[in-house]
Design a protein around this ligand. Structure first.
Ligand code: MTE
Ligand code: MOS
Length: 765
């Protein structure tokens, strides 16, 4: 079914650009509302000897202070492992950990009081990074181990071998709207919470648990977030629970808007990774065996580190067939903030490792990295089983890479670049094409379900609600398009209401890029239910057959006559036809065995590729992205404008991760980069002058997804690997052929300088 206009604008675009879109912070507060702020641990690890908060209660404007002992229910916001206290109790495990929260008459008074807490600690030894955690066998979860084939037998037999390692930095989400919750006590002990969250149901459950209440006592609402990027999957439960606890003890509404610095100190980020590998390959660069150790910094608790690291492990193949492979994945416990979901969910880190391996193989063999990548791609009918046992049934990577290499003039530019570098001693250029293959579905099969609730009012207007959340990615628009298409209505006839746990229950997080797949299908079911009832009614009322009733452009053709949708609905209402329906969907075909690490975790794969060209200044280490060409697979697009926006935004967010966003902790475990003054996200200026972003055409999803579309939220972030490899390419040009630059991510100017210095004694000191 066609969705009409292929690219209607985001349903809130007019509100975003005029500043009238309501975010949680814009919701008017009742007159008796209080503002809250967290008091944070100043040390990374230690026993709390004394925490006397009584003096805080006497500070001007302060109404209440809550710490661990004031939580009426369970003082924990972890949904799985029970290892995340809302307020630390007994010990602190990272600098920035919440100890207590203050409620006051003003935001300023709350923040001032929160900083005045006098806490005495008995310091304990802190493990701060991955190497230290590995040495101490300090893990939050058991290590995972996956073997396919006979890597140890095949390695010694390989024509060539190399060993290497790679450090990959983390990333702060830097959502423009920070973490926020508003807790509003309602009658009879119930509570309404506005939360900026990708996961309203989890906030509902954790608020209920913290207050010693039940799920039906708590309603959570979210109209939109000003960005989430994975940082609002588990973290909002902490903010909402603290607000709820204060509102419980005061009986008053509480607004807890976390200050940016506190937000960056308190909340989890992308996991940084360390990888050590040994790879065997033939003279064409084909990998014959690989052994790999992955270790990530999880922070002090498990949070989503299990599934994040699983996904890293499942994406070490990227688009390549690895016949004999062993991966060990360590989930390191450190006394730093607990890392969490971030766009790509570990996949980007896994893919970084194999891309470096193939790049090094190519340089060692003096081949073009693109040829070595091509030689290792999954086959279509053979060499097509992933290391975890899923058959790759929808391989379009050959088509994408061939088309893109041609349209971007990769080969010609490779030659031109060599000539440029030969003639320019200071500015060096680099070029790289990297592919993306990303698995779509939650690896925990249970989460691949969604619900929708659709009302048609007697005037023919439609109100849609579903379990997904809007964070700027255009989900509400896409799902509304589905309903419009099913009912033959213009998109303007559909209004989408805030995500609300009292409308659609038991929702999964809006994550894993699966929200339009899941909620689009659920909404389709609801719309089809209503359409069927209307058809049945029309058949009776107008004495026609079902196939004679057709819905299009706000009209209903009933046999020979044509009436408006509103008129049919009005009549159906009078005839007492139910005009409201739920819809439910669960993803078919998927299954995953966590013990054996085998199965079909993904319904399908999304693909893409990018060619990036950079210039580096060998005197300063600065890099500039000159040109990028992207070809990305979204199946049959649901909305090309939104999809292109996701691709551009995801790509640039990936560029930030790999080039400028550096998280830096000092030797005491204090994060020093907790504000935009020290943490550099990309800006409009970083967008290259020459850009081509295109959607792959003529490749509908081979699986029965909503209108054969594909998920688009996360995969484009990994297109940025091409930028990192273009930088590596430029650095390598400084050495003799076969040079393997030792470049860590992010490739900041300092890191680039260091890598240049390491390989050429003539590079500036
Ligand atoms: N796009 C915008 N504008 N803002 C966001 O916060 N989050 C990303 C991606 N795109 C995000 C975004 C992440 S991490 C995911 S998982 C998906 O959107 C979630 O939405 P979807 O399932 O509808 O793609
Ligand atoms: Mo996205 S990291 O799955 O919220």
């Amino acid at each position: 079914m066609a969705t009409g206009d292929p690219a209607p604008r985001h349903d809130s675009a007019h509100l975003h650009v005029s500043g009238r879109a309501l975010y949680a912070d814009d919701i008017p507060l009742p007159a008796n509302a209080l503002h809250a702020a967290f008091g944070l641990s100043s040390i990374a690890h230690g026993r709390i000897r004394e925490m006397d908060l009584a003096p805080l209660r006497r500070l001007p404007g302060v109404v209440a202070v809550a710490a661990a002992g004031d939580v009426p229910g369970v003082n924990n916001y972890s949904s799985t492992h029970h290892d995340d206290p809302i307020f630390a109790q007994g010990v602190v495990q990272y600098a920035g950990q919440p100890l207590f929260a203050v409620a006051a008459n003003s935001y300023a008074a709350a923040r001032k009081a929160a900083r005045s807490g006098r806490i005495e600690y008995e310091p304990l030894p802190a493990i701060l990074d991955i190497r230290a955690a590995l040495a101490a066998h300090s893990y939050v979860l058991p290590s995972a181990h996956l073997v396919r084939g006979r890597p140890h037998e095949m390695l010694p037999q390989a024509a060539r071998r190399l060993r290497g390692s790679l450090c990959i930095g983390g990333q702060d989400h830097f959502y423009l709207e920070g973490q926020i919750a508003i807790a509003l006590p309602q009658e009879d002990g119930t509570i309404l919470v506005h939360s900026s969250t990708q996961h309203p149901t989890e906030v509902q459950q954790i608020v209920a648990r913290a207050l010693g209440k039940r799920s039906n006592d708590v309603t959570v609402q979210c109209r939109r977030m000003g960005g989430g990027f994975g940082g609002k999957e588990t973290q909002p439960a902490l903010i909402a629970a603290a607000a709820a606890v204060l509102s419980y003890s005061t009986g008053r509404p509480i607004k807890l808007r976390v200050d940016r610095d506190d937000d960056m100190l308190m909340t989890g980020k992308r996991h940084d990774f360390l990888a050590d590998y040994e790879v065997g390959f033939d003279t064409e660069g084909r990998v014959s065996a690989l052994t790999l150790m992955l270790a990530s910094r999880c922070g002090y608790s498990a949070d989503l580190s299990g599934p994040v690291n699983d996904r890293a492990l499942m994406h070490i193949d990227n688009a390549y067939y690895l016949e004999h492979v062993e991966v060990v994945s360590h989930r390191c416990k450190t006394h730093t903030v607990s890392n969490t979901a971030f766009r790509g969910f570990g996949g980007p880190q896994g893919m970084m490792v194999i891309e470096q391996i193939l790049d090094e193989i190519a340089r060692t063999l003096r081949l073009d990295p693109l040829d070595v990548r091509g030689a290792n791609f999954y086959g279509v009918d053979s060499r097509n089983v992933t290391h975890y046992g899923q058959i790759v049934e929808d391989n379009v990577i050959h088509k994408i890479v061939d088309e893109l290499a041609g349209s971007s003039c990769y080969r010609e530019r490779r030659r031109a670049l060599a000539a440029w570098n030969a003639g320019n001693p200071v500015i060096k250029r680099g070029l790289a094409l990297t592919p993306v293959k990303f698995g779509i579905s939650f690896t925990a099969t249970m989460f691949n379900q969604a619900g929708a609730l659709l009302h048609v009012y007697s005037d023919g207007t439609v109100l849609l609600n579903h379990g997904g959340t809007e964070m700027g990615q255009g989900l509400f628009t896409k799902v509304a398009q589905v309903v419009a298409a099913e009912l033959g209505l213009p998109l303007s006839a559909i209004r989408v209401s805030a995500t609300d746990t009292s409308k659609v229950p038991n929702t999964s997080a809006s994550a894993a890029s699966a929200s339009s797949d899941l909620n689009g299908k659920a909404a389709q079911v609801a719309a089809q239910n209503i359409r069927q009832r209307l058809v049945r009614y029309a058949c009776e009322a107008y004495e026609v057959e079902a196939h004679e009733v057709r819905f299009h452009d706000g009209l209903v053709a009933v046999g020979e006559r044509e009436i408006s949708f509103a008129e049919l609905v009005g009549r159906a209402y009078q005839a007492r036809v139910s005009l409201s329906s739920t819809g439910f969907y669960k993803t078919p075909k998927i299954e995953w065995n966590k013990e054996t690490m085998r199965g079909r975790p993904f319904f399908y794969f999304a693909y893409g590729a990018a060619v990036s060209e950079v210039a580096i200044d060998t005197l300063t280490g600065e890099t500039q992205l000159l040109r990028v060409d992207i070809l990305h697979d979204v199946g049959t697009t649901l909305n090309s404008a939104i999809d292109l926006g996701q691709i551009e935004g995801g790509f640039l967010q990936g560029v930030g991760w790999l080039t400028s966003e550096e998280l830096w902790w000092n030797a005491l475990g204090e994060l020093q980069t907790h504000a935009p003054s020290t943490y550099k996200i990309p800006t409009a200026r970083d967008w290259p002058k020459q850009v081509s972003v295109r959607l792959l055409e003529g490749e509908p999803n081979r699986q029965d997804t909503i209108y054969r579309s594909k998920a688009v939220g996360e995969p484009p972030l990994m297109l940025a690997l091409s930028v990192f490899h273009a930088i590596r390419d430029a650095i390598a040009s400084l050495g003799p052929e076969g040079t393997l630059p030792d470049l860590a991510a992010p490739a900041t100017p300092e890191t680039v300088l260091r890598a240049m210095r390491a390989l050429s004694p003539t590079a500036p000191a």
